[in-house]
Design a protein around this ligand. Structure first.
Ligand code: GRF
Length: 189
């Protein structure tokens, strides 16, 4: 049995896919959805999906053990980042070493690092004239987008693409692969 906590800062379409995927899996339980933004749409999704949620402040996260305590209270053993924009602090990295997964909407190591999130990533890929982009599922360590890569999938970048149209294609790939790759990762532990 695995207990997952999902961190998301925005819309949460990936979080929702993950919750739905594991609804029929008796081995994996989504125990909590956490967000640093009180008005993030992911919190509405959590309510609709009947998954408990928790909003935390910068101080809770970086200046106190509050978030780690919350994760322990709900019994989370693995953390899933799905559109979560803050760097994970040391206390949580240590407690969940090797058990924090992230998804990045490009083919790392290109187009990663600080400031490379959301439309900035797709903007940069298009401006660079790349013919393909994709997704990367990786472990999280001390630096943005640098942990061990577990999985990548590619899609074309079309001549008429805008950051929005490319983001749509990337989201489809994410929804298709992230839940399945989380399952594979859990089975590999
Ligand atoms: C996804 O593209 C993910 O790769 C990136 O942020 C986006 C989140 O989308 N890290 P959503 O909130 O899951 O819809």
């Amino acid at each position: 049995m695995n207990s997952l906590a999902i961190f998301a800062s925005g819309s949460g379409s990936n979080a929702e896919q993950i919750v739905r995927y594991f609804q029929s899996d008796s081995e994996v339980h989504i125990v909590l959805i956490l967000s640093n933004k009180a008005d993030a749409f992911v919190l509405e999704r959590a309510r609709g999906l009947s998954v408990p949620s928790h909003v935390f402040t910068r101080h809770d996260f970086y200046g106190s053990p509050a978030v780690l305590e919350k994760l322990r209270e709900v019994g989370a053993d693995t953390l899933i980042l799905a559109g979560f924009l803050w760097l994970i602090p040391d206390n949580i990295l240590r407690a969940y070493s090797g058990r924090i997964l992230n998804i990045h909407p490009a083919l790392l190591p290109d187009f990663g690092g600080k400031g490379m999130y959301g439309h900035h990533v797709h903007d940069a890929v298009i401006r660079d004239g790349r013919k393909k982009s994709g997704i990367t599922i990786h472990l999280i360590d001390e630096e943005y987008d640098r942990g061990k890569i577990l999985f990548q999938a590619e899609c074309p970048v079309l001549p008429e693409d805008t950051p929005d149209s490319l983001a749509g294609r990337i989201h489809q790939l994410e929804h298709l692969h992230y839940p399945e790759q989380i399952k594979k990762f859990l089975q590999s532990l």
